[in-house]
Design a protein around this ligand. Structure first.
Ligand SMILES: [Zn+2]
Length: 247
């Protein structure tokens, strides 16, 4: 079923609250500054973000390394990685902030982006969770940092998932049985991983309420008309931008 999305809000259940959250789609174009033509990516970022009332020059992005390091950012980080890859925050796969009008960005193509919103502080977070980051429990790292910085109570937290490769398409090797105790399914002798399921279980294990976790269930491979897939398209694949901001 083709959806041919123009936009989608992964935290739409809290629409009306002071949080902006969205992810780009294939029609939005490539959002990466480390791959492809930078000037075109900047145009794409501006076209995608301006209807959300987000200034693309304020965006904070990271040099993502499939790790579990989450960083608290504030005004001094504004615009890092917004117009050049060189200024992006090194070695970081998750960003959190309680500063308003500070947009956080994560780039993906198959990996899961995880949106976090603490309505009490209020505060937001955005994570890049592929299999490595999920194995290294980036969700736990983020919630621990949000607890120490913002006194975030997981019971209050809302979480949303961006598009990612799902277990319909994400075949993995048998060694993944050593890495994951959940999220794996076996079909006709083959093993498949569901990143959303792994991270949902982790969030719930940390005290997040299941009814506060939202997943539109988009598979980047099945729905290639709407998204980019690294597995399907290879290393020259364009990137999806996920963004969250307190307003
Ligand atoms: Zn699929």
């Amino acid at each position: 079923m083709l959806k041919l999305l123009k936009s989608y809000n992964p935290l739409e259940a809290v629409a009306g609250s002071p949080v902006i959250s969205s992810f780009s789609v294939r029609a939005s174009g490539n959002m990466s500054l480390s791959y492809g033509e930078t000037s075109l990516s900047l145009e794409n970022r501006q076209s995608f973000l301006s209807p959300l009332n987000v200034d693309y020059q304020d965006l904070i992005c990271a040099k993502q390394v499939h790790g579990n390091k989450v960083k608290y950012v504030n005004e001094t980080d504004k615009g890092k990685g917004a117009v050049t890859y060189g200024t992006a925050l090194p070695g970081t796969d998750g960003l959190i902030t309680d500063i308003r009008n500070l947009p956080l960005g994560i780039l993906t193509a198959d990996c899961l982006s995880i949106f976090l919103y603490d309505p009490q502080r209020p505060a937001v977070g955005l994570l890049h969770a592929g299999w490595r980051g999920s194995k290294e429990k980036i969700v736990s790292c983020a919630l621990e940092l949000m607890r120490s910085k913002f006194k975030t109570n997981p019971v209050e937290l809302f979480a949303g998932f961006g598009p990612a490769i799902k277990d319909c398409c994400y075949e993995v090797s048998d060694e993944f049985k050593d890495n994951f105790t959940t999220g794996l399914t076996q079909r006709q002798g083959r093993l498949y991983l569901d990143l959303a399921q792994v991270n949902r279980k982790e969030l719930i294990g940390l005290g997040v309420k299941p009814e506060k976790i939202f997943d539109a269930g988009f598979c980047t491979v099945c729905e290639k008309e709407d998204f980019f897939s690294y597995r399907k398209e290879g290393k020259d694949c364009a990137r999806i931008l996920s963004v969250i901001m307190l307003r």
